[in-house]
Design a binder for this molecule. Sequence first.
Ligand SMILES: Nc1nc2c(ncn2[C@@H]2O[C@H](COP(=O)(O)OP(=O)(O)O)[C@@H](O)[C@H]2O)c(=O)[nH]1
Ligand SMILES: [Mg+2]
Length: 384
Amino acid sequence: MKKQTAVVVIPTYNEADSIGKMIDHLFTKTFPAIKDWEMKLLVVDDTSPDGTYKIVQKLQPKYPNLELYLNPEKKGIGFAYVVGFRHAMKKMGADVIIEFDADFQHPPETIPVLLSEIDKGADYVLGSRKVKGGSNPQGWGFKRVFFSEVGGLVARLVLFFPFKTFFQITDPTTGLKVSRVKGFVEKMDLDNLYSKKFGYKLEFLYKMVKLGAKTKEIPLKFQVRKAGESKISGQTAKDIFRSVFLLRWNDKTTQSFLKFAVVGFTGYFINALGLEFFYRLGLPPNWAAAIGAELAIISNFTWNNLWTFSFKKISGSLSIVKKFLTFNLTSLGAVVIQFIVVGLGTNFTGDAWRQIWLVAAIGFFVLPYNWLMYNKVIWKKKKI
Ligand SMILES: Nc1nc2c(ncn2[C@@H]2O[C@H](COP(=O)(O)OP(=O)(O)O)[C@@H](O)[C@H]2O)c(=O)[nH]1
Ligand SMILES: [Mg+2]
């Protein structure tokens, strides 16, 4: 059987002190030990003023599987990876692509480990400093560790909470990864990145997860930089947070959830106004409240259908009537939840706390309950 091709992509900017050693190391030590993959290396250099690309060009005759992609000017690490990924897929026949640094901070011995996880069925393997066997560089002071830890946690929270990926991915800003091309990188939208700099790491991660990639983490002992300078700057954290926030904000589910919250809030006001209106018309408060509640239900159903879930809108009078009746039934569940939570709560604290318990019941129980019912029962995805 023909061997599959793994392309290692290394972006470089002013790495003249490292790149030659790295290329030699990979072609003489790392690659020959990997028997079941065809190994290639692509360096993407932004015409570094220190002449990094010239070192690569000099070594090309020696190593036929070494390619260079030269950007005419400095465009950022994210941009380098976008062009590098495209080149690896189109010109080098990549089946998997490995993201790697020039500066020996990623130990080359991790490359066969990454590939063995692909062999075992993973689509996306990440080097993590946070799993057992992984670590930050020895020399990192408290401040750098603190920012890395807090930054990683915030990125995970914003990107993935409360979904299972939040727990699976422990080191979201890692730069050591391997990605499967078929079904994943080939489908990834590489044109519309929020960041052409370090934020790309989070965007690639997010997009791979959205494409349903089976992820796996391996330990990464992140090394001290041996030569050259880190390109991480004060702007980097800002760039990463901006990307993370935009990714989550523009996510379809987030947008639906925000609309769902607005519609629910409006429903609450309609309920309250209905109670007031019909009570003043002369109806007893229980009937006035019941009419208010039904008006809220009608409003919730209508706006969620036209706005929140417009991409899976219910249409046709018969379906609408059927779904509306089901919607009334599921709304009854919310009544039962309030009955129980407010009942139990006031038992503990006394009736004076009833409004607090109402807020708790809605926030912690009714909201998740409604979101679940709307998604799984009322506006459930049509089977294709
Ligand atoms: N082509 C290109 N490579 C870059 C750019 N910025 C960083 N790199 C490379 O990306 C890799 C990781 O950057 P580095 O500064 O080591 O980040 P750190 O390890 O997180 O401190 C190194 O090989 C850099 O030379 C850039 O703007 N263009
Ligand atoms: Mg580095």
